[in-house]
Structure formats: C-alpha cells, structure tokens
Ligand binder design. Structure first.
Ligand code: G6P
Length: 363
C-alpha cells in the first residue's frame, strides 16, 4: 500500500496533487483546440434540444458536485435542480420525457443513487450517468454515460473525483444550454478557454499553497465554518464535509447570506470562518464575513490576490484569477488541503476515516 502512495504520506494528499493530471484527462479531446468549442463526442450538438429541465441526483461529495453543476446550469438559463438521491423518491419534482436526470456518482455503485436513477427511468426521463468507473452499474443502466477519467481514487474522502465531476458537469451544462438556445455554437468560449487552463492553474496553486500554515494556525478551534454564495455555496458545503470527514471536528457550510439567519449565534473567536469568493456578488459575501469578524471570528478569505477581501480578512488563501464558473473549484482545492493538514496535525487515519466507506451499496 505504501508503494502506491509514492512520495506521499497518504493517498488523499497524492490524489489532491493528481488533480492537474485528472482534469487534463477529463478534458482530453473534449474541447477542440482549433475552434475552442466543445468537442464532447459523447453528446453531439442538438442531443438535448428537447430537454426542458434537468435534475441531478447524487449523494455525499458527488451531491456537492451535482449542486455545482445545477447552479451553473441555472445561471446559464436552463431550469435545473440538484437532489439528494436518498430523498429523490419522496421529493422529486415532476418527471416526464422532457426531463433529463443526471446521476453523479464516482463509483457508479451507490445504492441510493442507483435507486434514484431507476425511479427516473421508470417515470420516463432520459438519463445520463457521470462516473469514474467504466462498467459500473450506473454507467450500464443509464441511457448514456460520461466518464470523468480521474483514475483510481483510494482515499475514502473524495477529492480529485469531485473536481473532475464538476468540470465534466460544466462541459455538459454548456452543451445543454447551447442546445436549448438552438445554437450549438453558443457555448461560452471564454469559459472553455479557462477550463482548458485549469490543470495548469491548479498545479501553480498547489506549489505555493499556504493551507498547511492556516491549518496549523487554527488547530484546536471549536468549530469551523465555511461560507459562499452561488457556486461558492456548493464549495462551502463540500469544504465543511471534507473537514468533518477526516478531522472529526465540527464543521458546517452555509450560504453566506444565511449566516445572519441563525448560524451567527454559534460564531465566536473560536470558530474560524472560511469565506469563498467566486465573483458572484462578492461584496455581499464580504459583508457577511465581516459580520462574523465583528463577533471575533477569524476570517480566512479564499480568493485571488488582488481581491478586496484580502485587506479585510485575517488570513488569505490565494486562488488564480479565472472565470466565476470555475473559481469555486480552485477554492475547493485549497480547502481540501486545509482539511488534509488539519487532520494530519490531529493524527487522524486520513485515508480511512472511522465509520465511513468509499462506496455505500446499501440504502
Ligand atoms: C460515500 C463516500 C463519499 C461519497 C459518497 C457517494 O458516502 O464516503 O465520499 O461522496 O459515498 O459516492 P459516489 O460513489 O456515489 O460518488
């Protein structure tokens, strides 16, 4: 097992560092280098022209990737929603043959997600699985499968598969939005260019990350809060999930604007707040972070170097400048590292957290 970790102490750190490669593999051949357009041969232009709404179903970290994809699709003008697969049979919006249901599942074997997929198919929806495992049950059962090509992920806490899923959902979302506009070439070329630059951006960021120092500085805090808005909200949820999974410390993610509607009662100098800035009404998120800071909480801004939040925050985790649809994915990598180093300081069994399994095949 040690051999498989190479130079790293844990698979999780190895897999965090594999993200530039994983994303390059995910994108390989899927953006045309000459035209800068989507070359998603999995789905030819026009595939989704009759789709009226999209429902994403997933669990755990994959649910956060699904939420990311769904929010991005809404912002692109397509009606979409992300649902927890284990809630789907009791809370799904109406489904018909104009509905596309996208199951997001790294393993392709999560029982709750398979159930949701089967329910959707029974109701007449078209189905797509976004997965890492060729030949998995979800890949076989869905009408179509889109493979994220992240390579094997051993650490129970998902890292590179989240990023690869979110990137594939961004591409798929652009194809769906362009099809709905009836203009297959209406994808956002600036976004696609930034997407193609993601592997290098993550590589550069990993080389100079301050995450270890930040984890050290705030070790022994009482609780850890993560806030974000829009796509940044899904990143806040994922940041908190990763943190609790591997550190066993209390962590919660909130929509920035919700902080004042309850969670602020928990904020003290002992509760660091990680604020994710994605370029989606950042001034409001900054105001929300300052509300926590006024109550004594240290604020760690996750944002580009020249962002106004850097002056206000107590600490800064830098992300490269990119499209607002992708900034959250860069922020998420920094938060993965914070969780990793915090768990390492606490001497937790990082790759195999207690009570958790890589894939849950029971309901
Ligand atoms: C388990 C794992 C999580 C994962 C979830 C969904 O709970 O511990 O890390 O996100 O299953 O897994 P899937 O394979 O469907 O993405």
């Amino acid at each position: 097992e040690q051999a498989g970790k190479g130079e790293y102490d844990h698979f999780m750190l190895k897999e965090i560092n594999e993200q530039p490669t994983a994303l390059a593999q995910a994108l390989e051949g899927r953006i045309d280098p000459d035209t800068g357009r989507i070359a998603l041969s999995d789905f030819e232009p026009g595939t989704f022209e009759d789709i009226e709404s999209v429902q994403f179903v997933a669990c755990g970290t994959s649910y956060h990737a699904a939420l990311y994809g769904s929010l991005a699709l809404n912002q692109a003008g397509v009606q979409s929603t992300a649902l927890l697969a284990n809630e789907y049979s009791v809370s799904a919006p109406p489904i018909d043959d104009d509905t596309l249901v996208v199951a997001v599942t790294q393993s392709g074997e999560t029982a709750d997600t398979l159930n949701a997929l089967r329910h959707a198919a029974d109701e007449g929806a078209s189905t797509v699985t976004v997965t890492n495992v060729v030949g998995s049950t979800a890949a076989r059962e869905a009408d179509e499968a889109l493979f994220i090509r992240a390579g094997p992920e051993i650490g129970v806490a998902a890292t590179k598969t989240f990023s690869s899923q979110a990137v594939m959902l961004t591409l798929l979302g652009q194809r769906i939005a362009a099809d709905q506009r009836g203009d297959p070439s209406a994808d956002r070329s600036s976004l696609l260019a930034e997407l193609a630059a993601m592997p290098d951006a993550i590589e550069d960021m990993l080389a100079v990350s301050d995450a270890e120092a930040i984890a050290d500085q705030y070790a022994n805090s009482q609780s850890y809060f993560f806030i974000g808005r829009g796509l940044g909200f899904s990143v806040a949820l994922e940041g908190a999930l990763k943190f609790k999974e591997i550190t066993y410390e209390h962590a919660e993610g909130f929509a920035s604007g919700e902080l004042k509607h309850g969670p602020l009662a928990l904020v003290t100098p002992d509760t660091p707040v990680f604020a994710v800035f994605t370029g989606e009404e950042d001034e409001k998120t900054l105001k929300n972070a300052e509300e926590a800071q006024t109550r004594g909480a240290p604020v760690i801004a996750v944002c580009p170097a020249d962002h106004r939040a850097v002056e206000v925050a107590d600490e800064h985790l830098e992300i490269p400048e990119t499209d607002s649809d992708l900034a959250g994915l860069l922020a998420n990598v920094q938060l993965q590292l914070v969780s990793y180093y915090a768990a390492d300081l606490l001497d937790r069994p990082i790759d195999k957290p207690r009570n958790l399994a890589k894939s849950v095949t029971v309901e």
